[in-house]
Design a protein around this ligand. Structure first.
Ligand code: HEC
Length: 158
């Protein structure tokens, strides 16, 4: 089966420049051999939501390593959703590539202001697909408080 990829040419260039191989979009830890049970779309979306929240707090803390990681998690969830649920409108999936690239570029540049702007566009992309599918009641926004109090978002750890 062809793997769905959200990586545009910009993402490839930025990935090569800044992350030297760490931006591979395939999820690394997949069990070998075993048939993976198909995740529910709502579970993938909840995973995307977790990554969306953590990405925000990583960027806010200037923890660019974690922000890179969460961007990758978010991409992987959306790619899996597109791959496994092919009834999702392709347009609404591919339009996510641009804001994701912009988020990655802001992270690579360690540019907090640009990160916040790109994050807004990313969130708008989530909502746009939800609206398109008559799921406008699932309305995402910039998180107002961090529910992950067991995780230290401060930068500095490698
Ligand atoms: C291509 C379309 C599409 C995009 C893009 C998209 N979603 Fe969704 N989302 C859906 C669909 C379809 C559902 C309903 C899934 C279901 O109930 O089976 C959903 C549901 C959700 C839910 C509700 C899940 C639950 O069980 O509570 C959340 C949260 C969510 N999405 C978060 C996000 C976030 C965050 C983004 C952006 C980073 C995003 N989505 C981008 C299509 C999309």
């Amino acid at each position: 089966m062809k793997r769905f990829s959200l990586a545009g040419p910009a993402a490839v260039v930025i990935g090569a420049m800044a992350f030297a191989g760490t931006m591979s979009l395939a999820v690394a830890q997949q069990p070998r051999g075993a048939e993976r049970p198909q995740p529910r779309l709502s579970d993938l979306m909840q995973g995307a939501q977790v990554a969306h929240i953590k990405l925000w707090y990583a960027g806010k803390a200037g923890n660019w390593g974690l922000a890179t990681y969460e961007t990758k998690q978010l991409k992987a969830r959306l790619e899996d959703a597109a791959q496994l649920y092919q009834s999702l409108p392709v347009n609404d999936v591919t339009t996510m590539a641009k804001p994701l690239d912009a988020v990655s570029a802001a992270i690579a540049a360690k540019d907090a202001r640009e990160f916040a702007r790109a994050y807004d566009d990313l969130t708008a992309g989530c909502n746009s697909c939800h609206r398109e599918l008559k799921l406008g009641f699932v309305h995402l926004r910039t998180p107002a408080s961090n529910p992950f109090s067991d995780q230290n978002f401060a930068p500095g750890k490698k």
